[in-house]
Ligand binder design. Structure first.
Ligand code: GDD
Length: 395
């Protein structure tokens, strides 16, 4: 593929945050010559490089009661060499939707000779493995893993680690276009190939996010993302003294990380998870607050934001859902140790204006799950490997 070279990079402490890079062309052929690196501001990422990273990558698909057709489409879009890990929180009573997902996955894997893992988030065996490994952050009062997309992401991450993967990417199960899923993963690989540090992250920005209202309207910005980005940029500006627009992917559900970075980050519950990743990176490696990870600080963190060619069409879940998402997203910034009084006031005003808070209210505290590095990996892997066969669809 051809992608814009990272033209401008903003640095905060040891964080290298790259401005958005557009995908110029989805394929660059095998015959075309490699242009000199960065010629005309474009980089060629060859197929071999993309395949190298795909082979080392697990793609985690969190799913909760999505239409089966959409789920199947998403799985079919994941490049063949990636390990697919489905973490489901779908209903089991009456209609066993989890079973239906398992059957569909099994069939796709049989047809295409590939492996995949599927687990249910509320499976007691997962909770037990967490306890054995000394990591009970994800567990609720009933002793099982709590509901939430973020919790599914952490389970997926631990399964990917148990399977020996070096990179992990996330793709929502409600994407309408399998071709877009294929592109997300190729973009992840492209970003990783450009990283200087073993601690890297790739976040997807959609070219367009169409809305169906009468006709099809190709909207550029989601309502929540626009506001989240503004306040994340404010947070940075309030510390550097220079206004910035570098953050364009604050809510990116589709994103990927090197395992080395993924396991040292904390994960906020629910939909706060994506903005919290950035807030935590700024807190730990932005050079303003002291860090516990000196070694990581030395190598730096590379963040890439890649704009796709494909539009993103997914299930719309209504205004209430968007308000809850906004409240969690801005809550992560409001409760950050970096957030000063002025930035806090701006967030409160925004939330009241958007109808997500009333007059004197403040955003509720965010539940943050400790970095999975805290998991005694060997114990989790032993516990889960006893059962790992059960999660592989074809065994
Ligand atoms: N396993 C699991 N457990 N999956 C879940 C859960 C859960 O409790 N809740 C939601 N999911 C799955 C959904 O089935 C879907 O595949 C994905 O997580 C995203 O959830 P949605 O509820 O569809 O979120 P959204 O589409 O409104 O928002 C997405 O995009 C935002 C950016 O625009 C999410 O990825 C957000 O996290 C993201 O910020």
């Amino acid at each position: 593929m051809f992608i814009e070279s990272p033209r401008y990079t903003e640095r905060f402490g040891s964080v290298r945050m790259n401005h958005v890079q557009r995908v110029i062309s989805l394929d660059s052929g095998v015959k075309s010559k490699l242009p000199p690196h960065g010629a005309m501001g474009v980089v060629k990422i060859d197929e071999e490089t993309i395949k190298y990273f795909e082979d080392r990558m697990a793609i985690v698909i969190p799913v909760k009661d999505e239409k089966l057709k959409l789920f199947e489409g998403v799985v079919s879009g994941v490049p063949h060499d990636c390990l697919v890990i489905v973490v489901s929180n779908s209903q089991r009573e009456k209609v066993d939707r989890f079973r239906m997902e398992g059957d569909a996955l099994d069939q796709l894997c049989r047809f295409t000779f590939r492996q995949a893992l599927i687990a249910h988030q509320r499976d007691p065996a997962i909770a037990e493995a967490m306890v054995e490994a000394g990591y009970d952050d994800l567990l609720g009062e009933d002793g099982l893993v709590r509901d939430g997309k973020s919790e599914a992401m952490v389970i997926g991450l631990l399964l990917a680690k148990a399977a020996g993967k070096e990179y992990i990417g996330f793709v929502d199960a409600d994407n309408y276009f399998p071709g877009a899923v294929l592109e997300y993963v190729r973009n992840y690989a492209a970003g990783f190939s450009l990283a200087q540090s073993p601690y890297s992250m790739v976040r997807i920005l959609w070219h367009y996010k169409p809305k169906i209202s009468g006709g099809l309207y190709f909207r550029k910005w989601g309502r929540v993302s626009e506001i989240t980005n503004k306040h994340l940029n404010n947070l940075i500006s309030s510390k550097t003294g220079f206004e910035t627009e570098v953050v364009r992917t604050g809510n990116a559900g589709e994103h990927a990380m090197s395992m080395k970075l993924a396991e040292i980050l904390p994960y906020a519950s629910g939909y706060a998870v994506e903005p919290q990743e950035l807030v935590s990176i700024f807190e730990d490696f932005g050079g303003i607050l002291p860090t516990k990870n000196i070694k990581v600080m030395e190598q730096g963190i590379d963040i890439f934001q890649v704009e796709t060619r494909n539009p993103h069409l997914h299930e719309e879940k209504g205004d209430e859902h968007l308000q809850a998402m906004l409240l969690s997203a801005l809550g992560t910034i409001y409760h950050s140790r970096l957030c000063g009084e002025e930035a806090k006031q701006a967030i409160l005003a925004e939330l009241v204006h958007q109808g997500a808070l009333k007059g004197e209210e403040t955003p509720p505290p965010i539940h943050i799950n400790a970095p999975p590095k805290k998991v005694i990996a060997s114990k989790f892997i032993t516990a889960i490997q006893r059962d790992l066969d059960k999660y592989y669809v074809l065994r």
